[in-house]
Design a binder for this molecule. Structure first.
Ligand code: SAH
Length: 396
């Protein structure tokens, strides 16, 4: 079967060219053609010899996931549904803002973690996405948005006309990536890391490690592995100030309780620990930021009291973190309500008064079901119907 070079990072491409008897610098050329020019057709790669193009067409291909649909919300948020075969589809969401454009990328078809408040978790788990399917989301967004530059620029609510000048993001409409779509990225570690390496590669998307954020529900051993293999910005879905409540909301907590999780966060951002990392060639070893972003979903009368805010302050005292409070996005039969704004403010004030940074996430795209926790795609639950087994979530 032809190999799909869309999912090959620089290392994999170098190995591939070596295997077929070609020079390793071909890897750079291929990355540029595929990801910067957006050319999946070897015939159009004009700086490769005719013979090499024919050879590539013989043993490889660049297969882009098929786009099923596209929608756009009044606030400019875009959502794309990409087919990943067998009747499954995944969602990717793009959020344009004044100074940046953020793409929310999925890592799995469905999710096995079953967090109580998450629509994706309700659908069950089907399978991990391949590296090609993960980077394919960024490929699509970049292609689509660079063909219609206004899409990346407009849709920014209430923006004065003058603010549009000098923005200069037309060449790179996607300036930030968050691994916060469907799935738990750290239970699909190898494919996610390979995709992130392509995101960071100057011959591909050239994003800095600060601008790629991986969000996890807390797979502790994999957080340590990430620190060693591809330290990008880290976000952790905390959602509760103690184990009893977190066990209910984020069941993976039973396996990796808060004490272990917070210790892993501390290791992640510790610059001294960064020095012992052998194989990271980037400008600075260790984490690209000196804090972890703690995500905390605001569920009415569940985890949003002032008392719980105080408990949260005490819990996270030793970890450099910033809080992002997320208004709950509802979906049918969720069983939860969004906290009223005044409770969110009171909660936020406790954190701020304790000297912490705490922001409230602006909800985007909920009119196209593109907001956090609403991404549903089309998932055939492997556990419920098909022959696909749920893999063990612990990895690394
Ligand atoms: N599995 C990863 C990444 C996917 S979820 C993780 O757990 O971090 C991305 C973020 O959206 C997480 O913080 C998640 O807890 C949050 N989220 C999930 N469902 C939500 C909902 N219904 N409303 C608001 N945020 C939600």
């Amino acid at each position: 079967m032809a190999r799909n070079l869309l999912g090959f990072d620089a290392r994999a491409l170098t190995d591939f060219f070596c295997e077929i008897g070609e020079k390793s610098f071909r890897s750079r050329q291929l990355l540029r053609w595929i990801h910067q020019s957006g050319t999946p057709d070897f015939e159009q790669m004009t700086d490769l010899s005719r013979a090499l193009r024919a050879k590539l067409a013989d043993c490889a291909a660049v297969e882009i996931p098929h786009r099923v649909s596209a929608s756009e919300a009044p606030d400019g948020t875009r959502k794309w549904l990409l087919s990943v075969g067998d009747g499954n589809a995944i969602e990717t969401v793009f959020m344009p803002e004044v100074n940046r454009g953020t793409l929310c990328v999925s890592s799995q078809v469905g999710c096995a973690l079953e967090c109580a408040f998450c629509a994706t978790g309700r659908q069950g788990f089907n399978r991990n996405l391949t590296t090609a399917e993960i980077i394919g989301q960024l490929w699509w967004a970049t292609r689509t948005l660079s063909l219609e530059p206004d899409a990346a620029r407009l849709g920014r609510d209430n923006e004065p006309d003058g603010a549009r000048l000098g923005r200069g993001n037309v060449e790179r409409p996607v300036s930030n990536v968050v691994m916060m779509g469907m799935g738990e990225p750290l239970t699909n570690f190898d494919n996610v890391v390979r995709a992130m390496r392509i995101m960071l590669d100057d011959n591909a998307y050239g994003l800095s490690r600060r601008k790629v954020t991986l969000s996890t529900a807390g797979i502790v051993p994999a957080i340590d592995r990430l620190r060693e293999e591809c330290p990008v910005a880290l976000a952790v879905s905390l959602h509760a100030p103690n184990d009893a409540l977190r066990d209910e909301l984020v069941p993976i907590n039973k396996k990796y309780p808060l004490r272990q999780l917070l210790a892993a966060c501390q290791r992640y951002v510790d610059p001294l620990l960064g020095d012992d990392i052998p194989d990271v060639k980037w400008e600075r070893k260790g984490a690209p930021r000196d804090f972890v972003t703690f995500e905390y979903i605001m569920l009415d009368n569940v985890n949003d009291s002032v008392q719980q805010a105080r408990e949260l302050v005490a819990l996270t005292r030793d970890v450099p973190g910033k809080f992002n409070l997320i208004p709950f996005n509802s979906f049918s039969d969720s069983g939860f309500q969004r906290s009223p704004a005044r409770r969110v403010r009171a909660f936020q004030e406790v954190l701020i008064n304790a000297g912490l940074v705490a922001t409230v996430r602006r909800t985007r795209g909920d009119d196209i079901d593109g907001a956090c926790g609403q991404l549903a795609g089309r998932v055939r639950d492997g556990a419920a119907g098909g022959p696909i087994a749920i893999p063990k979530v612990a990895k690394g």
